[in-house]
Design a binder for this molecule. Structure first.
Ligand code: 2AM
Ligand code: CA
Length: 273
């Protein structure tokens, strides 16, 4: 069941899961309370890549809690507030304290905490928490996935013409990464498109059947770490746009899709530059 070998001792995955949920709920409460204080906004790589003091404080909160839980665990967080990781050996937490920072700042909703817990590179526990709705999507390796208290079903077959897909409009206009004419064909082929501004939220929607695919040209390990673990439990396929396994140590392209349309989208509609 949920026992795994760690540093010479056996650790109960359910204990780690209980701990993870506690810190996620507590962090969520702190973030909601932060709306009554000053949120200081800065930019990172470019003018639209936002970070706030709350992203950083939340990441530090997680690092302190995890180190107190087990000081041997390693942490990779988007804001780089911990020591980082060189490999996936041992127990590794991959954390995005706020996924969808622009939504956080502008809309005060539709942003997620997302966390993956890995042991020697194998995803064991995955979480996507909608902070304002207090909705939790999560999975335990080999045991299934849940939306709050309800089990998530294995994804059912969907033909492309009935699919609703998550995609950012940037990839349907001329861009450096992908043939946009092909993307236009994809948009014509499906029933509808959506764009939510939080990769983790779109992944949560795919694993729960609210979207049938989500495609992005540039995501980082913390955007997808938790989500890929949930994906496996419901039978969603998560890969890069070459169809290869997602990297958890570097940025890459990304698709998560219902298995009935994953290869069809990659083969017929994605042409990377
Ligand atoms: P973030 O808010 O945690 O940065 C849509 O913008 C999605 O892409 C969001 O989930 C956002 O996560 C992510 N994103 C934005 N800029 C990114 C970048 N430079 N690298 C990787 N992911 C990014
Ligand atoms: Ca983030």
């Amino acid at each position: 069941m949920g026992l795994f070998q760690e540093g010479g001792g056996l650790m109960d995955l359910r204990e780690v899961d209980k701990f993870a949920k506690e810190i996620i709920f507590e962090a969520g409460k702190r973030i909601r309370e932060a709306f009554s204080y000053d949120i200081k906004i800065e930019t990172k790589a470019d003018a639209n890549d936002l970070v706030t003091n709350i992203d950083r404080e939340t990441e530090i909160f997680f690092i302190e809690k995890i180190k107190a839980f087990d000081s041997s665990h390693k942490i990779l967080g988007e804001e780089g507030m911990g020591e980082g990781i060189q490999s996936l050996d041992g127990c590794v937490w991959i954390i995005d304290p706020i996924d969808g920072t622009m939504n956080f700042v502008k809309q005060h909703r539709h942003f997620m905490i997302t966390i993956g817990f890995f042991v020697d590179g194998i995803g064991k526990l995955g979480y996507i928490f909608d902070v304002m709705r207090e909705d939790l999507f999560y999975a335990i390796e080999g045991e299934g996935a849940w939306y709050n208290d309800s089990p998530l079903r294995k994804l059912q077959h969907v033909p492309l013409e009935k699919a609703v897909i998550g995609i950012n409009a940037s990839w349907v206009i001329p861009n450096k990464r992908v043939n946009h004419e092909k993307m236009i064909e994809l948009v014509h082929s499906v029933r509808g498109t959506r764009s939510y501004g939080s990769a983790a939220m779109e992944i949560a929607f795919v694993v729960s059947g609210k979207l049938d695919a989500y495609i992005s040209m540039r995501l980082s390990p913390w955007d997808i770490g938790g989500g890929t673990i949930i994906a496996r439990e419901v039978g969603a396929f998560a890969t890069n746009l070459k169809g290869e396994p997602c990297s958890l140590l570097s940025q890459d392209t990304f698709i998560i899709a219902n298995p009935s349309i994953h290869s069809e989208i990659l083969t017929n509609y994605i042409e990377e530059k």
